[in-house]
Design a protein around this ligand. Sequence first.
Ligand code: SF4
Ligand code: SF4
Length: 90
Amino acid sequence: MAKKPPKQLALLDEDLCTGCEACVSVCPVDCIDTKPGHNHQAVMQTCSIDLVRCIGCTLCAQVCPWDCITMVPSDQMLRETKFAREFVEA
Ligand code: SF4
Ligand code: SF4
């Protein structure tokens, strides 16, 4: 059965992310992972959020020094097919 999403989910703008890992260390459910950077040479890694595991606590958005994480209402996020499929398959 599909998981019921929280009221809001964290949307990470990978184009702005510097890979500082501040968000990784505060996430209570460990749903933020690092991956090799691809945006420009100075950035060795970026982060991505597993939205299926995100509980919408907002901690990552509060600590990001570059404001690259935005809390978005889940229904708005799920209207985008890409994210809706993640929940259906969970
Ligand atoms: S909102 Fe909370 S649970 Fe979701 S990615 Fe950010 S820190 Fe993790
Ligand atoms: S805190 Fe912001 S800049 Fe740092 S890794 Fe997380 S999303 Fe990227």
